[in-house]
Design a protein around this ligand. Structure first.
Ligand code: FAD
Length: 502
């Protein structure tokens, strides 16, 4: 690689955003050094081994997994998709009622419409509207090539022309949450199923957009799981000549004359560069690493918006297969005979994700089973103060989940070989995410249009990337905001931005 100059950049965090920022910075001739506090790349996009099983901690669907998607070329640039096999499930999820019926949520919109109309003919009106809106979004695409802050008048015009045909649809459906729409359904089971599809407060527009991507088979699961996916980007970064240090937690961002000049690590060592990109948690970056010195009311208000709730993740390795349950994007939603209690909060249903579709995760004849629950951060933080109680609660939850699954899959409890429970404290400890949130800010009708700045007021040579720079979060956001941060940095450094496929 021919260096355009010797300007250097330090990147905080080797999650998907940090690794991607590293790739783009290298493509543009910057010397790069990533500091990552964990011993692995990926951040939240990870997997972990327990007793011969691999628990996948992230990807259910990767937007941009197929060459037909406008996101695909960006994933190619960071070397994430080349040579990977993606799996596409027939159903997003399945919902079992208490009286032995199953409602399917097919990823194919024609199949979805036919099945729901058969299940709930009394809701024909809203079902047809819902599916028609998702069908209209099959051709929806927004300009992704550069960040809004770099738009010139021609970009603005192009954007307006591209969005014009969808304005009515956007106005109508983005004002609604999933709960608003579900309230229109007469069929109780269908209504409850929709409320379990994603968070009830979530923007309906973005659910419809996701369904359009799933229908087009542009949002698949990468065989081999999330850590393997993250490692592909790490390989691309290293091949581009980037450097990375693991086990290196950044304590402070060093600032001189209102310019970011480097970082100080937990071990007290200081490292200097011409610019700093933080791809770590937004709250920690702004209010701890920079001690809240570069904030305005707009930034303070961002950190009052609702978050994706943190999770309890119960993973089991079981000595059995599940031939009767197909690959589902998020899992099988089942009613419970006895509720499961998570620090005093009762759950009457659970969504079980059976990873039979990925044979790389378990030995033959065995399966990884994962159940995720939304939970409360503060309760777990308090409990963590007394480790014995914390451990006991994790064990109690696992026992209840195993018993509940045994009711649905008789004999399962005797086949459990591995149990692993992660809590919001686990997510926070391993990835630094504020209040254990797994995707940043929840995408609601109220905050869907909120623009999060990639720079901070009054601070030069500093940029931010990752899921805390766009409500809704997710892997494509991590990738795009990293690309955008490097584009802004190149513009400020007076150099053209270049991106090349891996
Ligand atoms: C269970 C689950 C399922 C998910 N499913 C999907 C899905 O199907 N599709 C999808 O698109 N998204 C999904 N997501 C969300 C997705 O994983 C995240 O939005 C995305 O990985 C965020 O990437 P990031 O790089 O912005 O942040 P992170 O992954 O949080 O990376 C931040 C990195 O910074 C490091 N760091 C933090 N503080 C410091 C410090 N002080 N010093 C050094 N390093 C530091 C962290 O260790 C971490 O490696 C899921 C997440 C979870 C947990």
């Amino acid at each position: 690689m021919s260096e355009k100059s010797t300007r250097s950049v330090i990147i905080i965090g080797a999650g998907i955003a940090g690794l991607s920022a590293g790739c783009y910075a290298r493509m543009n001739g910057y010397r790069t050094q990533i500091f990552e506090m964990h011993t692995l790349p990926g951040g939240l996009c990870t997997s972990w081994r327990r007793k011969g099983y691999t628990i996948d901690g992230c990807i259910h669907w990767l937007v941009g997994s197929s060459p037909t998607s406008p996101f695909y070329p960006f994933w190619e640039e960071v070397g994430a998709v080349q040579g990977k096999e993606f799996l596409y499930a027939e159903d997003y999820f399945r919902y079992e009622t208490g009286d032995g019926r199953t409602i399917r949520f097919p990823t194919d919109l024609d199949a979805l419409e036919a099945h729901w109309l058969e299940f709930a003919p009394e809701d024909a009106g809203p079902i047809r509207e819902f599916v028609a809106a998702a069908r209209r979004l099959l051709s929806f695409g927004q300009p992704l090539e550069k960040p809004p802050e770099l738009y010139g008048p021609m970009d603005g015009l192009r954007m307006a022309r591209q969005m014009m045909p969808y304005m009515g649809l956007l106005r109508r459906w983005s004002a609604l949450s999933i709960a608003d729409f579900a309230a229109r359904l007469k069929n109780d089971a269908l209504r409850d199923m929709l409320l379990r599809a994603w968070y009830p407060e979530f923007s309906l527009f973005f659910l419809l957009l996701t369904l359009a991507w799933l229908h087009k088979r542009e949002a698949g699961y990468p065989l081999g799981g999330s850590l393997a996916f993250a490692r592909s980007i790490e390989t691309r970064y290293r091949d581009l000549g980037g450097e990375i240090t693991y086990g290196a937690r950044v304590r402070r961002i060093l600032v001189r004359d209102d310019r970011a000049v480097g970082v100080e690590l937990e071990d007290g060592s200081q490292h200097f560069a011409d610019a700093v990109i933080s791809a770590a948690d937004g709250y920690t970056t702004i209010f701890r690493m920079l001690e809240g010195r570069y904030v305005d009311d707009r930034i303070r208000r961002l950190y009052e918006m609702p978050l994706f709730p943190p999770l309890v993740c119960v993973a089991l390795g079981v000595r059995r297969t599940f031939e009767d349950v197909p690959h589902l994007v998020v899992g099988l939603d089942i009613p419970l005979k006895r509720p499961v209690s998570i620090i005093g909060r009762e759950e009457r249903r659970l969504q079980v994700h059976l990873y039979s579709f990925d044979p790389t995760l378990a030995p033959p004849g065995r399966t990884v089973v994962v159940v995720l629950f939304n939970t409360d951060y503060d309760d777990w933080r308090r409990l963590y103060e007394t480790r014995e109680q914390y451990r006991a609660e994790k064990e109690r939850i696992a026992d209840q989940v195993i018993a509940a699954l045994d009711d649905r899959f008789p004999g399962l409890s005797a086949q459990v070989e591995m149990v692993d429970v992660a809590t919001p404290v686990t997510y926070e400890r391993y990835t630094g995410n504020w209040r254990g949130s797994f995707e940043g800010w929840l995408l609601t009708p109220q905050n869907a249009q909120v623009q999060v700045p990639r720079t901070l007021p009054g601070l030069r040579n500093f940029y931010m990337a990752g899921h805390w720079t766009m409500p809704g979060g997710g892997l494509p956001t991590a990738l795009l905001t990293a690309r955008w941060a490097v584009q802004v940095m190149c513009r400020r450094d007076g150099r053209p931005f270049t991106a090349i496929k891996g």
